[in-house]
Design a protein around this ligand. Structure first.
Ligand SMILES: *Cc1c(COP(=O)(O)O)cnc(C)c1O
Length: 342
Protein backbone atom coordinates (compact mmCIF):
# COMPACT_ATOMS: atom_id res chain seq x y z
CA UNK A 1 0.00 0.00 0.00
CA UNK A 2 1.33 3.45 -0.77
CA UNK A 3 1.67 6.03 1.93
CA UNK A 4 -1.07 8.67 2.11
CA UNK A 5 1.19 11.51 3.06
CA UNK A 6 -0.32 14.59 4.69
CA UNK A 7 2.78 15.03 6.86
CA UNK A 8 4.11 18.09 5.03
CA UNK A 9 4.36 19.77 1.65
CA UNK A 10 8.06 18.91 1.91
CA UNK A 11 7.02 15.37 0.94
CA UNK A 12 6.39 16.26 -2.70
CA UNK A 13 8.48 14.40 -5.29
CA UNK A 14 9.74 16.13 -8.42
CA UNK A 15 7.49 15.12 -11.30
CA UNK A 16 8.90 13.48 -14.43
CA UNK A 17 8.22 16.65 -16.45
CA UNK A 18 10.11 18.67 -13.85
CA UNK A 19 13.04 16.23 -13.83
CA UNK A 20 13.19 16.32 -17.61
CA UNK A 21 13.94 20.04 -17.58
CA UNK A 22 17.20 19.20 -15.82
CA UNK A 23 18.33 17.05 -18.76
CA UNK A 24 18.47 19.95 -21.17
CA UNK A 25 19.36 22.77 -18.77
CA UNK A 26 22.19 25.03 -19.84
CA UNK A 27 24.76 24.87 -17.07
CA UNK A 28 28.04 26.43 -15.98
CA UNK A 29 30.00 27.09 -12.81
CA UNK A 30 27.61 28.75 -10.39
CA UNK A 31 30.34 29.90 -7.99
CA UNK A 32 31.76 31.99 -10.78
CA UNK A 33 28.35 33.37 -11.73
CA UNK A 34 28.56 31.33 -14.93
CA UNK A 35 25.50 29.13 -14.69
CA UNK A 36 22.98 30.74 -17.06
CA UNK A 37 19.96 28.82 -15.78
CA UNK A 38 20.67 29.75 -12.17
CA UNK A 39 21.30 33.35 -13.19
CA UNK A 40 17.99 33.57 -14.99
CA UNK A 41 16.17 31.99 -12.04
CA UNK A 42 17.70 34.61 -9.73
CA UNK A 43 16.65 37.46 -12.01
CA UNK A 44 13.18 36.03 -12.17
CA UNK A 45 12.89 35.66 -8.40
CA UNK A 46 14.16 39.20 -7.83
CA UNK A 47 11.44 40.50 -10.14
CA UNK A 48 8.80 38.25 -8.61
CA UNK A 49 9.59 39.61 -5.16
CA UNK A 50 10.07 43.25 -6.17
CA UNK A 51 13.75 43.21 -5.18
CA UNK A 52 16.97 44.17 -6.97
CA UNK A 53 18.74 40.83 -6.88
CA UNK A 54 18.58 37.25 -5.64
CA UNK A 55 20.83 34.31 -4.85
CA UNK A 56 20.05 30.60 -5.23
CA UNK A 57 20.66 28.55 -2.09
CA UNK A 58 20.29 24.88 -1.16
CA UNK A 59 17.61 25.47 1.48
CA UNK A 60 15.28 27.92 3.11
CA UNK A 61 17.07 27.49 6.40
CA UNK A 62 20.26 28.74 4.77
CA UNK A 63 18.32 31.75 3.42
CA UNK A 64 17.20 32.67 6.94
CA UNK A 65 20.61 32.10 8.48
CA UNK A 66 22.52 33.99 5.80
CA UNK A 67 20.09 36.92 5.96
CA UNK A 68 20.49 37.11 9.74
CA UNK A 69 24.27 36.88 9.46
CA UNK A 70 24.38 39.74 6.96
CA UNK A 71 22.01 41.95 8.93
CA UNK A 72 23.54 41.61 12.41
CA UNK A 73 26.54 41.51 14.72
CA UNK A 74 26.94 39.15 17.69
CA UNK A 75 24.84 40.31 20.64
CA UNK A 76 22.12 41.76 18.42
CA UNK A 77 18.53 40.68 18.80
CA UNK A 78 15.99 39.32 16.31
CA UNK A 79 12.32 39.97 17.02
CA UNK A 80 10.02 37.25 15.71
CA UNK A 81 6.94 35.25 16.62
CA UNK A 82 7.35 32.61 19.35
CA UNK A 83 6.37 29.69 17.07
CA UNK A 84 8.43 30.70 14.03
CA UNK A 85 10.90 28.53 12.11
CA UNK A 86 13.89 30.72 12.97
CA UNK A 87 13.44 30.07 16.69
CA UNK A 88 12.19 26.49 16.64
CA UNK A 89 13.53 24.58 13.66
CA UNK A 90 16.97 25.85 12.75
CA UNK A 91 18.99 24.05 15.40
CA UNK A 92 19.69 27.23 17.35
CA UNK A 93 21.41 28.60 14.24
CA UNK A 94 20.92 32.30 15.05
CA UNK A 95 22.76 31.80 18.37
CA UNK A 96 25.30 29.25 17.18
CA UNK A 97 26.23 30.90 13.89
CA UNK A 98 25.65 34.62 14.35
CA UNK A 99 25.70 35.05 18.16
CA UNK A 100 22.15 36.39 18.19
CA UNK A 101 19.48 36.67 20.85
CA UNK A 102 15.90 36.11 19.78
CA UNK A 103 13.03 38.07 21.27
CA UNK A 104 9.85 36.02 20.84
CA UNK A 105 6.53 37.80 20.47
CA UNK A 106 3.36 35.99 21.58
CA UNK A 107 1.37 36.47 18.42
CA UNK A 108 -1.91 35.20 17.15
CA UNK A 109 -1.94 32.56 14.40
CA UNK A 110 1.81 33.11 14.11
CA UNK A 111 1.36 36.82 13.39
CA UNK A 112 1.94 39.97 15.40
CA UNK A 113 1.04 43.65 15.19
CA UNK A 114 3.00 46.85 14.73
CA UNK A 115 2.21 47.72 18.36
CA UNK A 116 3.76 44.45 19.50
CA UNK A 117 6.86 45.27 17.44
CA UNK A 118 7.10 48.71 19.04
CA UNK A 119 6.73 47.05 22.44
CA UNK A 120 9.51 44.57 21.71
CA UNK A 121 12.09 47.02 20.34
CA UNK A 122 14.53 47.96 23.09
CA UNK A 123 15.62 51.48 23.87
CA UNK A 124 19.23 51.96 22.79
CA UNK A 125 21.70 51.87 25.64
CA UNK A 126 24.77 50.20 27.02
CA UNK A 127 23.04 47.37 28.87
CA UNK A 128 20.52 45.76 26.57
CA UNK A 129 21.11 43.74 23.41
CA UNK A 130 20.58 45.79 20.27
CA UNK A 131 17.25 45.19 18.54
CA UNK A 132 18.25 44.74 14.91
CA UNK A 133 15.90 42.62 12.81
CA UNK A 134 12.16 41.97 12.77
CA UNK A 135 11.35 38.70 11.02
CA UNK A 136 7.92 37.57 9.83
CA UNK A 137 6.80 34.25 8.36
CA UNK A 138 4.45 34.26 5.36
CA UNK A 139 2.46 32.05 5.60
CA UNK A 140 2.80 31.34 9.32
CA UNK A 141 3.24 27.58 9.64
CA UNK A 142 2.23 27.22 13.30
CA UNK A 143 -0.56 29.70 12.69
CA UNK A 144 -2.11 27.07 10.40
CA UNK A 145 -0.67 28.50 7.20
CA UNK A 146 -2.20 31.86 8.05
CA UNK A 147 -1.80 34.69 5.56
CA UNK A 148 -0.55 38.04 6.81
CA UNK A 149 -2.61 40.77 5.20
CA UNK A 150 -0.76 43.34 3.12
CA UNK A 151 -1.91 46.01 5.59
CA UNK A 152 -0.72 44.26 8.74
CA UNK A 153 2.60 43.48 7.10
CA UNK A 154 3.04 47.06 5.90
CA UNK A 155 2.34 48.35 9.42
CA UNK A 156 4.89 45.96 10.91
CA UNK A 157 7.51 46.94 8.32
CA UNK A 158 6.79 50.62 8.93
CA UNK A 159 7.23 50.22 12.70
CA UNK A 160 10.47 48.34 11.99
CA UNK A 161 11.91 50.90 9.60
CA UNK A 162 10.74 53.87 11.66
CA UNK A 163 13.48 53.20 14.21
CA UNK A 164 16.09 51.97 11.75
CA UNK A 165 15.59 48.23 12.17
CA UNK A 166 15.71 45.70 9.34
CA UNK A 167 12.67 43.78 8.07
CA UNK A 168 13.13 40.16 6.97
CA UNK A 169 10.51 37.81 5.55
CA UNK A 170 10.71 34.02 5.77
CA UNK A 171 8.66 33.36 2.66
CA UNK A 172 8.86 29.57 2.67
CA UNK A 173 5.18 29.55 1.64
CA UNK A 174 4.88 33.08 0.26
CA UNK A 175 3.50 31.74 -3.02
CA UNK A 176 0.66 30.06 -1.09
CA UNK A 177 -0.14 33.44 0.45
CA UNK A 178 -0.02 35.18 -2.93
CA UNK A 179 -2.38 32.63 -4.52
CA UNK A 180 -4.75 32.65 -1.54
CA UNK A 181 -4.89 36.46 -1.48
CA UNK A 182 -5.05 36.77 -5.27
CA UNK A 183 -2.10 39.18 -5.20
CA UNK A 184 1.32 39.16 -6.84
CA UNK A 185 4.09 38.02 -4.45
CA UNK A 186 5.78 41.43 -4.63
CA UNK A 187 2.71 43.02 -3.00
CA UNK A 188 3.89 41.32 0.18
CA UNK A 189 7.62 41.13 -0.43
CA UNK A 190 8.89 44.34 -1.98
CA UNK A 191 8.94 46.37 1.25
CA UNK A 192 11.26 43.91 3.01
CA UNK A 193 15.02 44.30 3.23
CA UNK A 194 15.38 40.57 2.63
CA UNK A 195 12.90 37.90 1.61
CA UNK A 196 13.06 34.38 0.24
CA UNK A 197 10.91 31.68 -1.29
CA UNK A 198 11.25 27.93 -1.01
CA UNK A 199 10.99 25.69 -4.06
CA UNK A 200 10.76 22.48 -2.04
CA UNK A 201 7.41 23.01 -0.34
CA UNK A 202 4.22 23.38 -2.34
CA UNK A 203 6.19 24.15 -5.49
CA UNK A 204 7.35 20.55 -5.66
CA UNK A 205 11.13 20.74 -6.20
CA UNK A 206 13.64 18.46 -4.53
CA UNK A 207 16.19 21.11 -3.62
CA UNK A 208 16.47 24.87 -3.49
CA UNK A 209 15.34 28.27 -2.29
CA UNK A 210 16.17 31.80 -3.38
CA UNK A 211 16.99 34.77 -1.16
CA UNK A 212 16.36 38.28 -2.49
CA UNK A 213 17.18 41.85 -1.46
CA UNK A 214 19.17 44.85 -2.57
CA UNK A 215 22.22 44.33 -4.79
CA UNK A 216 24.46 45.19 -1.88
CA UNK A 217 22.66 42.73 0.43
CA UNK A 218 22.97 39.91 -2.11
CA UNK A 219 26.67 40.68 -2.59
CA UNK A 220 27.15 40.22 1.15
CA UNK A 221 24.94 37.11 1.17
CA UNK A 222 27.25 35.58 -1.46
CA UNK A 223 30.18 35.87 0.98
CA UNK A 224 28.38 33.59 3.46
CA UNK A 225 27.15 31.28 0.70
CA UNK A 226 30.77 30.76 -0.25
CA UNK A 227 32.03 30.58 3.35
CA UNK A 228 29.41 28.03 4.46
CA UNK A 229 29.78 25.79 1.44
CA UNK A 230 26.50 26.76 -0.16
CA UNK A 231 28.09 27.88 -3.41
CA UNK A 232 27.46 25.27 -6.09
CA UNK A 233 28.74 24.28 -9.53
CA UNK A 234 26.30 23.16 -12.26
CA UNK A 235 23.30 24.20 -10.17
CA UNK A 236 21.38 24.87 -13.39
CA UNK A 237 19.99 21.34 -13.15
CA UNK A 238 18.28 22.43 -9.92
CA UNK A 239 17.44 25.95 -11.10
CA UNK A 240 15.75 24.50 -14.20
CA UNK A 241 13.41 22.56 -11.93
CA UNK A 242 12.74 25.70 -9.87
CA UNK A 243 11.94 27.58 -13.08
CA UNK A 244 9.60 24.76 -14.05
CA UNK A 245 7.93 25.07 -10.64
CA UNK A 246 7.35 28.79 -11.12
CA UNK A 247 5.86 28.12 -14.56
CA UNK A 248 3.62 25.21 -13.65
CA UNK A 249 3.14 24.78 -9.91
CA UNK A 250 2.07 28.17 -8.59
CA UNK A 251 -1.54 28.59 -9.74
CA UNK A 252 -2.34 25.02 -8.81
CA UNK A 253 -1.67 25.81 -5.13
CA UNK A 254 -5.33 26.91 -5.12
CA UNK A 255 -6.25 23.21 -5.42
CA UNK A 256 -4.26 22.43 -2.28
CA UNK A 257 -6.04 25.24 -0.45
CA UNK A 258 -9.45 23.97 -1.58
CA UNK A 259 -8.62 20.43 -0.44
CA UNK A 260 -7.49 21.70 2.98
CA UNK A 261 -10.74 23.65 3.34
CA UNK A 262 -12.82 20.60 2.39
CA UNK A 263 -10.91 18.44 4.87
CA UNK A 264 -11.44 21.02 7.61
CA UNK A 265 -15.22 20.82 7.16
CA UNK A 266 -15.16 17.02 7.37
CA UNK A 267 -12.78 16.91 10.32
CA UNK A 268 -14.83 19.45 12.28
CA UNK A 269 -17.72 16.97 12.16
CA UNK A 270 -15.73 14.07 13.59
CA UNK A 271 -16.36 13.07 17.19
CA UNK A 272 -13.39 13.75 19.45
CA UNK A 273 -12.22 16.79 17.56
CA UNK A 274 -12.29 19.73 19.97
CA UNK A 275 -11.27 22.47 17.60
CA UNK A 276 -10.38 23.02 13.96
CA UNK A 277 -8.41 26.07 12.92
CA UNK A 278 -9.97 27.10 9.63
CA UNK A 279 -7.19 26.79 7.03
CA UNK A 280 -6.38 29.85 4.93
CA UNK A 281 -3.96 27.96 2.68
CA UNK A 282 -2.64 24.37 2.66
CA UNK A 283 -2.07 23.81 6.39
CA UNK A 284 -4.85 22.46 8.58
CA UNK A 285 -4.49 22.28 12.36
CA UNK A 286 -6.93 20.54 14.66
CA UNK A 287 -7.07 19.64 18.33
CA UNK A 288 -8.21 16.38 19.86
CA UNK A 289 -10.59 16.41 22.81
CA UNK A 290 -9.07 15.57 26.21
CA UNK A 291 -10.87 12.18 26.39
CA UNK A 292 -9.31 11.00 23.11
CA UNK A 293 -5.87 9.60 22.31
CA UNK A 294 -3.00 12.07 22.36
CA UNK A 295 -1.86 13.51 19.04
CA UNK A 296 1.23 11.29 19.19
CA UNK A 297 -0.85 8.12 19.75
CA UNK A 298 -3.24 9.04 16.96
CA UNK A 299 -0.42 9.77 14.52
CA UNK A 300 1.21 6.42 15.35
CA UNK A 301 -1.99 4.44 14.84
CA UNK A 302 -2.70 6.25 11.58
CA UNK A 303 0.78 5.41 10.35
CA UNK A 304 -0.03 1.70 10.84
CA UNK A 305 -2.69 2.28 8.19
CA UNK A 306 -0.13 4.05 5.97
CA UNK A 307 -1.61 7.47 6.66
CA UNK A 308 0.89 10.08 7.79
CA UNK A 309 0.08 13.32 9.60
CA UNK A 310 2.26 15.42 11.89
CA UNK A 311 2.10 16.10 15.59
CA UNK A 312 2.07 19.79 16.47
CA UNK A 313 1.40 19.63 20.19
CA UNK A 314 0.19 17.17 22.84
CA UNK A 315 -3.33 17.31 21.37
CA UNK A 316 -2.70 19.09 18.08
CA UNK A 317 -2.43 17.45 14.66
CA UNK A 318 -1.24 19.13 11.46
CA UNK A 319 -2.43 18.03 8.03
CA UNK A 320 -0.76 19.59 4.99
CA UNK A 321 -2.11 19.36 1.46
CA UNK A 322 0.21 19.42 -1.55
CA UNK A 323 0.50 18.33 -5.17
CA UNK A 324 1.08 14.67 -4.33
CA UNK A 325 -2.19 14.21 -2.41
CA UNK A 326 -5.68 14.48 -3.88
CA UNK A 327 -9.32 13.76 -3.17
CA UNK A 328 -8.78 9.98 -2.97
CA UNK A 329 -6.10 10.50 -0.32
CA UNK A 330 -8.38 12.90 1.55
CA UNK A 331 -11.07 10.18 1.59
CA UNK A 332 -8.56 7.68 2.99
CA UNK A 333 -7.55 10.17 5.69
CA UNK A 334 -11.14 10.88 6.71
CA UNK A 335 -11.92 7.14 6.74
CA UNK A 336 -8.94 6.43 8.98
CA UNK A 337 -9.72 9.35 11.32
CA UNK A 338 -13.36 8.25 11.58
CA UNK A 339 -12.27 4.74 12.58
CA UNK A 340 -9.78 5.99 15.16
CA UNK A 341 -11.89 8.74 16.69
CA UNK A 342 -15.40 7.50 16.11
C1 LIG B 1 10.41 24.70 5.64
C2 LIG B 1 10.52 26.04 6.27
C3 LIG B 1 11.76 26.68 6.39
C4 LIG B 1 13.05 26.03 6.01
O1 LIG B 1 13.13 25.67 4.69
P1 LIG B 1 14.04 24.44 4.23
O2 LIG B 1 14.10 24.61 2.78
O3 LIG B 1 13.34 23.20 4.69
O4 LIG B 1 15.37 24.60 4.91
C5 LIG B 1 11.78 27.93 6.94
N1 LIG B 1 10.65 28.55 7.33
C6 LIG B 1 9.44 27.98 7.23
C7 LIG B 1 8.23 28.72 7.65
C8 LIG B 1 9.34 26.70 6.71
O5 LIG B 1 8.15 26.11 6.62
Amino acid sequence: MTLVNFYSDTQTRPSRAMLETALTAEVGDEQGGLDPTTNSLCERVAELLGQEAAVFLPSGTMCNEIALAVHTRPGDEVICERTCHIINFEGGGPAAISGLMTSPINGEHGQFTADQVRGAIRAPGRYAPISKVVAVEQTANHGGGSVWSVTQMAEVVEATHAVGLIAHMDGARLMNAAVAAGLPAHAFASQFDSVWVDFTKGLGCGVGAALAGSRDFIEQAWRYKQMWGGAMRQSGILAAMANYALDHNVDRLAEDHALAAALATKIADLPGVAKVIEPQTNILLFDLAPDRPTAQDLAETLLKEDVRVSVFGPRRIRVVTHMDVGQADADVLIGALTRRLG
